[in-house]
Ligand binder design. Structure first.
Ligand SMILES: Cc1cc2nc3c(=O)[nH]c(=O)nc-3n(C[C@H](O)[C@H](O)[C@H](O)COP(=O)(O)O)c2cc1C
Length: 171
């Protein structure tokens, strides 16, 4: 069993998926990991659309060129009417909340031997229209899920992370 750091290191953004389907058991494992994520004030504003029918994947392909053949794409949105508003009123927790949910899902997928790619290369307004979402929902990201195709590998920049000395200040 991989340690958490080994899992975090092994995960990479997959840009070439095989057509192997994901079992419902594995999908539910990934979704459960998202369900367990913390959210501001425990409001749980996330709404996750599991896109896996041919029609649904066709809709995704209209929104982004970055499905890379994934058999499942999770559209991760939040309810704007159910978020924490920061003091000062300029920002809400919606994007933070769903990012934590999605990160749990992405790492749970890796834990289950699945590959993934987090996408923000899409227009959220077009996504809401194409998917006919309720007026109060904003899509933050799309998460490709599936199994890497033969020959798929991390991009060269996968191991290119700044040293802690560049991103951490000890005080
Ligand atoms: C917020 C976010 C948005 C991203 N959007 C896209 C995207 O739209 N298309 C894509 O191919 N990869 C996307 N990626 C993948 C990143 O390019 C990738 O995580 C980064 O280059 C590091 O590579 P690694 O995940 O293999 O370590 C995104 C990743 C994050 C975290």
């Amino acid at each position: 069993m991989k340690s958490f750091l080994e899992l975090a290191e092994a995960r990479y953004s997959c840009k070439k998926f095989s057509d192997r389907a994901i079992s419902d058991e594995d999908l539910n494992y990934v979704l459960e990991a998202g369900r367990l994520a913390p959210t501001a004030k425990n409001l749980q504003p996330q709404h996750i659309y599991v896109m896996r029918s041919a029609e649904a994947l066709e809709q995704i392909d209209k929104l982004t060129p970055c499905r890379y053949g994934a058999p499942v794409v999770a559209v991760i949105a939040y309810d704007r009417d159910n978020v924490f508003t920061f003091p000062g009123g300029r920002a809400t927790s919606g994007a933070e909340d769903v990012s934590i949910v999605a990160t749990h899902m992405m790492l749970a997928a890796a834990d289950r031997g699945l590959n993934s790619c987090w996408l923000n290369f899409f227009d959220p307004d077009k996504a809401a229209a194409e998917l006919d979402l309720p007026d109060n929902e904003t899509v933050v990201l799309l998460l490709d899920l599936g199994y890497a195709a033969e020959g798929a590998a991390p991009l060269a920049n996968h191991t290119n992370r700044k040293a802690l000395s560049e991103t951490v200040t000890w005080r």
